[in-house]
Ligand binder design. Structure first.
Ligand SMILES: Cc1cccc(C(=O)O)c1OC(=O)C1CC1
Ligand SMILES: [Zn+2]
Length: 328
C-alpha cells in the first residue's frame, strides 16, 4: 500500500546505532511506527519557544514538523532516542501489565523534540510528550534518557487512571509513580535522569530512589532529598514540593523491591517484578485524585494482599517499608 512499515536505523545520542520502525511513503522515510497501538510518531518542534509550542500543541494539536529522510537512515540522534525510547516504554507497559499504550486503547504516542531553545525540561503536556535539548551545561537532550521517557509516559498513564492532583501529597505520589516506573523500565539502576544530568564527570541522577538523601534537594541545597515523612517539604514551591516529597514514596518502593534497614526498620525485599505489579495495581485500582501518603500505603497493602495473599511476605514488605519512611 502507499505507506510501507520498514526498519529504520540511526545513531542515538550516545553514538549507538539503533534500529526502529519507520514508515516509507512516496520515496521518503518518516519516524512513524504503525506497528505499536495506533502508532508512535516523533516530530521536530524546530526550537519554537516552549510556551508558544505548548499553546499550539494544546489548542490546535500542532505537534511539529515530520522528520523525514530520503533513506531509512535517520541523522538526528535526539529524534532517534525519542523514537526508540518511546517504543521501549510502549513494549514495557504492554508486556508487564498488558496495557496497550498509555490509555489501554492504543492511543497514538506523539513526541516532539527540540522544543524551545536549550530548554532544560521534559513534560507530558496532557496530549503529547515534549522534550527540550537541555543547555549542555546542566542537561543533555531529555529524550536521551529511557527513564525520563518512561517517567513522562507514566504521567499519561496516571492521568488516565488515578489522575492524582498535581500538588501536595497527591502530586508527590503522581511524581513518585513516574519515578518508580522510570526506574523499572530503565532497569539497571535506581537513579532518574543519570543519562541526561550533566554534573561534571560524575553523572549523578536528578533523583535517586535508592538513596534520596545522596542528591542535593534543589529547594534546600544543604539537605538531600527527603527519605522520611518527617523530612517532607511543607512550602509552596514546586506545587508543594511534588518533585521533592516524591522521594519519600520512592524510597519505600526501593525498600519493598531491594530490602534494607532504614532508620532502624528492616524490610525484606521482594524484587522488581513483584514491586512493579503492586504499584501498578495500586495506581490503577485504588489510588484516586486526592490520595495522600497514608492512602498510598493502604493502596499498596491492599494491592499486595490481592496479588500475593493477606499474610504474604509481600504484604509484610509493604508494611515494613512504609513504617521505615514514617508513613502510617
Ligand atoms: C525536568 C523536569 C522539569 C519539570 C517537570 C518534569 C516532570 O516530568 O515532572 C521534569 O522531568 C522530570 O522530572 C523527568 C524525570 C526527569
Ligand atoms: Zn514528572
Amino acid at each position: 500500500n502507499a505507506i510501507d512499515q520498514v526498519q529504520g536505523t540511526g545513531k542515538n545520542l550516545t553514538g549507538e546505532v539503533k534500529t526502529f520502525e519507520v514508515a516509507k511513503k512516496n520515496g521518503y522515510y518518516y519516524l512513524a511506527d504503525e506497528t505499536r497501538g495506533n502508532g508512535i510518531n516523533t516530530v521536530d518542534a524546530k526550537h519554537v519557544n516552549y510556551i508558544l509550542f505548548s499553546l499550539l500543541s494544546q489548542l490546535f494539536g500542532v505537534t511539529g514538523l515530520e522528520i523525514r529522510e530520503k533513506s531509512p537512515t535517520f541523522t538526528d540522534p535526539t529524534a532517534v532516542d525519542a523514537h526508540v525510547n518511546a517504543e521501549t516504554v510502549y513494549d514495557y507497559y504492554k508486556k508487564t501489565f498488558g496495557l496497550n499504550s498509555y490509555d489501554g486503547k492504543g492511543a497514538k504516542i506523539i513526541s516532539s523534540v527540540h522544543v524551545g531553545k536549550e530548554w532544560n525540561n521534559a513534560a507530558w503536556n496532557g496530549k503529547q510528550m515534549i522534550y527540550g535539548d537541555g543547555d549542555g551545561e546542566t542537561f543533555r537532550p531529555f529524550s536521551g534518557a529511557l527513564d525520563v521517557i518512561a517517567h513522562e509516559l507514566t504521567h499519561a498513564v496516571t492521568e488516565k487512571t488515578a489522575n492524582l492532583d498535581y500538588q501536595g501529597e497527591s502530586g508527590a505520589l503522581n511524581e513518585s509513580m513516574s519515578d518508580i516506573m522510570g526506574a523499572m523500565v530503565d532497569r539497571d539502576d535506581w537513579e532518574i535522569g543519570e543519562d541526561i544530568y550533566v554534573q561534571g564527570e560524575k553523572a549523578q541522577g536528578l533523583r535517586s530512589l535508592k538513596d534520596p538523601a545522596s542528591i542535593p534537594n534543589p529547594l534546600n541545597p544543604k539537605e538531600g532529598y527527603p527519605d522520611h515523612y518527617s523530612k517532607r517539604y511543607t512550602g509552596e514551591e514546586d506545587n508543594g514540593g511534588v518533585h521533592i516529597n516524591s522521594s519519600i514514596n520512592n524510597k519505600a518502593a526501593y525498600l519493598i523491591s531491594e530490602g534494607g534497614t532504614h532508620y532502624g526498620v528492616t524490610t525484606q525485599g521482594i524484587g522488581r517484578e513483584e514491586t512493579e505489579q503492586i504499584y501498578y495495581r495500586a495506581l490503577t485500582k485504588y489510588l484516586t485524585a486526592t490520595s495522600n501518603f497514608s492512602a498510598m500505603r493502604q493502596a499498596a497493602i491492599q494491592a499486595a494482599r490481592d496479588l500475593y495473599g493477606k499474610d504474604s511476605k509481600e504484604v509484610k514488605a509493604v508494611e515494613d517499608a512504609y513504617q521505615a519512611v514514617g508513613v502510617q
